[in-house]
Design a protein around this ligand. Structure first.
Ligand code: AMP
Length: 302
């Protein structure tokens, strides 16, 4: 594993691999790596000759009152994780390397960024789409691995790759969770011990929504209402949003039609920590196929 800080060095490595007929796998991250990130790396390692992980806390995707300054960092721990996962290159550029001067060019993806996290974080997805496009341009043709945990981000990235004809294959990887259902996130480090049990409210709300669909409810307003009620009953949680949308383009829907993939996505504050989660599901007659694993039996006892 080598750590590279310069764009030119990463570009040279990736170009060389592609010229030699090798495949490149890319895993963009902001570091403080956990099992969710490891799962992306394992998928990339299994399917590619050269695996590049990027570690960059991108300032342009944080709002003025967000957690850029306090975002958890552990460069030594991260280097250990990528070594353990057999990654070839860790690209860890400085802010000056990525933005030698303020960028005048921005990648804006319309419509799919309108609601959900886009509503409470107005400039977030311009920052994400722009930095991801820069990373794609640096690494070149590759398969890029993104977590479904950040579902709207995945939709944004898929769409920008499609719209701009980028030579990138995007792979979405299922969310890795704690035994009690909490989705792993670097921001879980902010949770006070007292808030930690309440943080399962996101998972419980998703469980409730899926159960409501399984009971036969096909009105997204009713599904949403059931899950919102559950969030509102958690005294330590402050509701940000909860929406049921079509998964492909995050369009609002009036009915949960058969054969169409939907997503239920939410964001909740626990004190000042904002957590997000989601589950995708498809109605198939009386059956419902969904991407939300059960809690482990041990966690269910508590
Ligand atoms: P981040 O470092 O939070 O920007 O995340 C880097 C990548 O890891 C993104 O594609 C995330 O969606 C993905 N990721 C974060 N948490 C998880 C998780 N619990 N399970 C799967 N992927 C995740």
């Amino acid at each position: 594993m080598i750590v590279l800080e310069r764009i030119a060095a990463v570009r040279a490595r990736c170009d060389e691999a592609v010229r030699a007929g090798k495949s490149v796998g890319l895993v963009p991250t902001m570091g403080y790596l956990h099992e969710g990130h490891r799962t992306l790396m394992r998928a990339a390692r299994a399917e590619n000759d050269l695996v590049v992980v990027t570690l960059f806390v991108n300032p342009t995707q944080f709002g003025p009152n967000e957690d850029l300054a306090s975002y958890p960092r552990d460069p030594e721990g991260d280097a250990r994780v990528v070594t353990e996962e057999g990654v070839d290159v860790l690209f860890a550029p400085s802010v000056a390397e990525m933005y030698p001067r303020p960028g005048l060019t921005h990648v804006t993806v319309d419509e799919v960024t309108d609601g959900l996290c886009g509503a409470s974080r107005p400039h977030h997805f311009v920052g994400v789409a722009t930095v991801v496009t820069k990373l794609f341009s640096i690494v070149g043709p590759c398969t890029a691995y993104f977590g479904k945990k950040d579902f709207q981000q995945l939709v944004v990235v898929r769409r920008l790759v499609e719209d701009l004809n980028l030579p990138i294959t995007v792979v979405g990887v299922s969310t890795v969770r704690e035994p009690d259902g909490l989705a792993l996130s670097s921001r879980n480090a902010y949770l006070a011990p007292d808030d930690r049990p309440a943080a399962t409210v996101l998972y419980r709300a998703l469980e409730c929504a899926i159960a409501t669909v399984k009971e036969g409810e096909r009105d997204p307003v009713a599904v949403r209402a059931a899950a919102v009620t559950l969030v509102e009953r958690e005294p330590l949680a402050q509701f940000d949003y909860l929406e049921v949308r079509r998964a492909d383009d995050l369009a609002e829907v009036e009915h949960l039609d058969d054969g169409v993939e939907h997503v239920i996505a939410l964001a909740v504050f626990l004190n000042t920590t904002r957590l997000i989660d989601n589950a995708t599901f498809t109605v198939d007659g009386a059956a419902v196929h969904y991407d939300l694993p059960g809690r482990s039996p041990v966690a269910q006892e508590h």
